[in-house]
Design a binder for this molecule. Sequence first.
Ligand code: AMP
Ligand code: MN
Ligand code: MN
Ligand code: MN
Length: 277
Amino acid sequence: MINADLHCHSRFSDGVLAPADVARRAQAGGVALWAMTDHDELGGQREAREAAEALGMRYVAGVEISVTWAARTVHVVGLAIDPEDRTLVEGLVATRGGRDGRGQQIAERLAAVGVPGAYEGALKFASNPALLSRTHFARYLVESGYAESTSDVFAKYLAEGRPGFVPHEWATLEQAVSWIQGAGGVAVIAHPGRYKYTQLEFGELFSAFHDLGGRAIEVVTGSHSPDQYREYADVARRYGFRASRGSDFHAPGEGRTELGSLPMLPEDLTPVWQDWQ
Ligand code: AMP
Ligand code: MN
Ligand code: MN
Ligand code: MN
């Protein structure tokens, strides 16, 4: 099995490195097949491909689309897409369009619990201001001493149910899958173990995704525990989904997972890259 890493971020969304630097890190981690999947954004794709090819890695273009399903956020990764596809590009412009207003609301809520100036503070960390993310708020709050790490900021302020959380309507599941398929790509449910759905809702999500043409889920990801690798390997078998693997790398020293470092997929699963040339 090849070392594929099909989920990570650059400074075009909430990562911190330029695409070429993420590429070097992927190569150093032994990655042979790579995709960079910025949130709701394709701006780094050309640089990522050129860097990957110069380093001798196979590259597929990728994106991670923010979706609202059953009142919660789900991330749908698109792999082997055409990054120039008009409908996809326009859909992503619309999807990220609400981020600035949401960021202002997050800052208002943070100010109400004693954290002033967070909008301006977060923007300083957003190298792409069109893609203001909760991660940028988290980095600002760490810098300002409100928490020790970005994951502490989420636990204290930014996760659902915490004082700085602002509900948001992203793309629909149907839109995300159809944009990805229209751009020639494969739709993949990202890190399913992170969503707080009931068992019944999970069943409905996987069935709805499958009926729309979704064909894969992430099994081995930096967001899953080893127990969750087994749990979602079973889901892949049950629904006939192909399996994907990705670190979800964002920044050196932030989170635990380096590019290319995760366990391989279980041998009996069909990898999402099976038919790629
Ligand atoms: P947004 O798209 O602005 O809602 O931000 C979502 C991003 O926040 C995810 O892509 C992760 O990078 C980050 N994130 C979400 N939950 C956590 C967490 N518990 N700890 C650290 N980062 C998180
Ligand atoms: Mn992220
Ligand atoms: Mn995600
Ligand atoms: Mn991600």
